[in-house]
Design a protein around this ligand. Structure first.
Ligand SMILES: Cc1cc2nc3c(=O)[nH]c(=O)nc-3n(C[C@H](O)[C@H](O)[C@H](O)COP(=O)(O)OP(=O)(O)OC[C@H]3O[C@@H](n4cnc5c(N)ncnc54)[C@H](O)[C@@H]3O)c2cc1C
Length: 397
């Protein structure tokens, strides 16, 4: 029989790499399987907020990321449907990293995959797609993977599914073939020659996209990631490409600055955003789901990198605890569940789901942005809410 790894991880995005590094540091033997070859792109806004930077610092990766010349973010600008613009600074945040970074995922994920290679007890296989699973009595035993026609079986004691929004691990092992549909979709493109770039990310609550929004995240002195995102329910009967075109051509904060800019060839791409959920199942027996595979995203903004990195850390901690406890493997899922619930802002999934119907509306946005322009403490609160230092409930007051 082939070697048995302590942990097999499917998918080397932020969630998989975070889990892999956290486990490798604890001395586990790990196999990380990735279906693509790095560097590879991933549709994203490329914005990494302060809490995610804290995790990167803990993983020992932040300095490598910063050496890669990401664009530093000192706050955000949010425009209301009525056309008022609010500046939200980050400098007062409690975080030891009170700033954000924008770095294209092609570069960020490549960098993560390089960091993973530093650990001898961590084997990463690129271009290997996991197709199926081997199990007994509902327990995971191994995976069947394929690379350019070559088929192989790999065995492990625990499986982490970090294979993104359309996770095969989630569908086959945790949800038993039930499809989990994405909550939202986004479409983005990279532009060069963008005017008036500063050190703030921009969120535009454009009337034509509500209850979704458009964004312009600077990636350099004259370049940006520009996109639109909207809930799947609200996309019915609409074409996201038309929403994107309307945003780029008609939004008053964006159109002038993109007038002489060029869209990077083939960069207009769309992707799914899974539903961030309080109730969703994130494990079954010795199979744990992290990142998008487990539905760890911010319900209001679609932010997922922080949740991916943090849930990866939680899974690693849970597995380590289970390995070191008598009969711990039986309880690994429960340990993980209680760890992520105490480490991630779990109630925010619930509040976000309830509040989004109210918040992402024209009246609410116009009224609150107008109020915040008169009351700077509201802008500071908004930064704390978006960076998970304060509950979303505060948006109501
Ligand atoms: C349009 C858009 C904009 C976004 N903007 C932001 C943003 O600005 N900031 C932010 O924080 N979040 C953003 N997000 C969310 C963020 O991109 C995700 O939450 C994040 O990538 C989740 O990381 P992950 O590691 O869980 O999954 P992924 O990044 O999707 O990685 C999954 C990995 O698994 C691999 N894989 C899949 N199936 C298999 C298989 N069968 N076998 C082997 N490997 C497999 C994939 O190739 C991939 O490398 C955005 C999402 C979208 C769609």
């Amino acid at each position: 029989m082939n070697k048995e790894y302590d942990v097999i991880i499917v998918g080397a995005g932020p969630a998989g790499c975070s889990a892999a590094i956290s486990l490798a540091r604890r001395g586990c033997e790990i196999l990380l399987l990735e279906k693509e070859g790095f560097p590879r792109g991933k549709v994203c806004g490329d914005g990494i907020g302060p809490p995610a930077l804290e995790v990167l610092e803990r993983l020992g990766i932040l300095s490598a990321v910063r050496q890669n010349n990401p664009w530093k973010i000192e706050g955000l600008e949010i425009s209301s449907p009525a056309g008022q613009i609010l500046t939200v600074p980050f400098f007062h945040l409690k975080s030891p990293c009170p700033f954000g970074l924008v770095i294209p995922r092609r570069e960020f994920d490549f960098l993560l995959s390089q960091q993973v290679r530093k650990y001898r007890n961590l084997e990463i296989l690129e271009n290997w797609e996991v197709k199926d699973f081997i199990g007994a009595n509902g327990n995971f035993k191994g995976v069947r993977a394929q690379c350019e026609g070559q088929k192989e079986e790999f065995f492990g004691k625990v499986l982490i599914g970090s294979d993104g929004a359309y996770s095969v691990v989630a569908r086959k092992l945790v949800y038993r073939e039930r499809e989990v549909h994405p909550a939202a979709f986004g479409l983005r493109a990279y532009f060069r020659g963008v005017k008036d770039i500063n050190h703030r990310i921009e969120i535009h609550c454009d009337r034509s996209i509500l209850p979704g929004y458009g964004w312009l995240f600077p990636t350099g002195e004259d370049s940006a990631n520009v996109g639109v995102g909207i809930g799947a329910r609200h996309l019915r009967g609409k074409n996201i490409r038309n929403l994107f075109r309307a945003f780029v051509e008609r939004n008053p904060f964006v159109n002038e600055r993109l007038r002489d800019a060029t869209m990077v060839q083939n960069s207009l791409q769309g992707g799914p955003i899974p539903a961030g959920s309080f109730f969703r199942r994130r494990y079954r027996k010795n199979v744990l789901l992290v990142g998008d595979a487990g539905g760890f995203t911010d319900v209001l903004t679609g932010e997922g990198i922080y949740f991916a990195l943090r849930s990866g850390e939680c899974a690693a901690e849970a597995i380590h605890a289970a390995f070191n406890a008598q009969g711990g493997m039986e309880r690994v899922g429960k340990i993980y569940e209680s760890l992520w619930r105490s480490s991630l802002p779990r109630w925010e999934f619930l509040y976000g789901s309830l509040l989004k119907r109210l918040i992402l509306r024209e009246f609410f946005l116009n009224r609150n942005i107008a109020r915040a322009l008169k009351k700077p403490s509201m802008a500071r609160d908004l930064a704390s809410i978006l960076c998970h230092e304060k509950s979303k409930i505060a948006l109501l007051f």
